[in-house]
Design a binder for this molecule. Structure first.
Ligand SMILES: Cc1cc2nc3c(=O)[nH]c(=O)nc-3n(C[C@H](O)[C@H](O)[C@H](O)COP(=O)(O)OP(=O)(O)OC[C@H]3O[C@@H](n4cnc5c(N)ncnc54)[C@H](O)[C@@H]3O)c2cc1C
Length: 341
């Protein structure tokens, strides 16, 4: 990997403070660039983007449609159902390596590396024993995940209400609950979200594994995650598991590899000359500007660039945008009304 991406992405550790906290058993939530953040009370992270979508004209939105090809000369996007969409300028958030392969530039696509990610969600009966912790990193090899998030701490509605009656699927050690009839009982509930990276250097076990009770069959990484959660003391063996979620994302993290910038320097202008602004987490493939706030601004600035020729700050200068808080650009209801006039 190269080191250009580090910038503001990696919080500087105050070693003395960290050791003092460990000695005194003190929680410290106040360091790093994202020590304070906002989160929707209802609807999880997706609620932010559903809210943004609701500000935009419904007749300009189309979901659950798969793009199967782009004809850059005819300026057409072809959908799986055969629909052809004509464009003047195209902002694409599809993975750049896919777009480049489609357009005959497989050699550039090969220079863009990424890792896949497994997301595992575990719902637990009981009160959360982890105080106000939000996310924790695990460099040790006694668990498959690199990060665990106490997702129930983000919003009460991320968990079922305490009076919801849910059956125990299995215990945290993967065995059946003593009451194998799995009759339902109440909460409270709390939850953990685990992230496991996968690449050619770090394969992930995905063969089907049967968990106890009524938990059913899951990729082996789910069982390994439960084992890891006990090894790292996030769960106790007898904790009652009431829900399990697993999803694999082929494109998880864009790797800031040594050859990346050389590919981007050729590929993005080449696409732009053909009227395609490839932007977003994997659209522009820059890890240092690939979070949600960045991806939103990459889109805003791409539109400003197309309409007004304004330079795209986030894409060109991650170091500048990451070092400051945006207070200058605001999208308000009044600016929306002006647009509609
Ligand atoms: C494990 C993980 C944890 C993260 N944690 C955080 C966090 O804590 N905070 C944060 O701000 N960000 C986080 N992110 C990053 C966040 O998810 C991204 O910033 C955001 O999703 C990027 O938005 P995007 O629109 O650029 O790309 P995406 O959300 O990837 O959207 C691209 C879309 O294109 C679709 N697509 C691809 N190919 C086609 C096709 N052929 N036809 C039609 N559609 C297609 C995909 O299905 C996808 O929906 C995390 C990401 C991961 C993977």
């Amino acid at each position: 990997m190269q080191c250009e991406w580090l910038g503001e992405r990696v919080a500087t550790v105050d070693v003395t403070r960290a050791i003092t906290n460990v000695i005194h058993g003190k929680e410290d939530a106040g360091w790093g660039p994202n020590a304070v953040f906002r989160f929707p009370k209802q609807g999880g992270t997706g609620a932010i983007w559903k809210g943004v979508a609701a500000l935009l004209p419904a007749d300009k939105q189309l979901y659950k449609a798969t793009v199967t090809s782009i004809n850059k000369d005819a300026k057409q996007v072809v959908l799986a159902d055969g629909q052809v969409i004509q464009y003047d300028s195209l902002i694409s958030s599809m993975p750049l390596d896919v777009t480049l392969s489609w357009l005959g530039k497989a050699e550039w696509a090969a220079g863009l590396q990424y890792s896949s990610t497994h997301i595992i969600g575990i719902g637990v009966r009981g009160s959360c024993p982890h105080g106000s912790k939000c996310w924790l990193y695990f460099p040790e090899d006694n668990c498959p995940y690199y990060r665990a998030t106490v997702f129930s701490n983000y919003a009460a509605a991320n968990c079922p209400a305490a009076d919801a009656q849910l059956p125990t699927l299995c215990l945290a050690d993967g065995s059946s609950a003593a009451d194998s009839s799995s009759s339902s009982s109440g909460g409270p509930y709390w939850s953990l979200m685990f992230e496991v990276s996968e690449s050619s250097f770090k394969p992930v076990a995905q063969q089907p594994v049967q968990l106890g009770g009524t938990a059913g069959t899951w990729p082996a990484v789910v069982a390994e995650t439960l084992q890891g959660a006990m090894a790292t003391q996030l769960l106790q063996p007898s904790d009652q598991i009431v829900s399990i979620f697993h999803r694999r994302l082929q494109h998880g993290y864009p790797t800031p590899s040594l050859g990346r910038d050389a590919v981007l320097a050729q590929a993005l202008p080449w696409l732009q000359q053909a009227g395609i602004w490839s932007r977003g987490r994997f659209g522009s493939h820059k890890y240092e500007v690939a979070n949600q706030d960045h991806s939103m601004m990459l889109g805003v600035e791409a539109a400003d660039n197309i309409l007004l020729g304004i330079k795209e700050l986030t894409l060109a200068h991650p170091d500048i945008v990451n070092a400051q808080k945006n207070t200058s650009m605001r999208y308000t209801n009044s600016s929306r009304q002006k647009q509609q006039q």
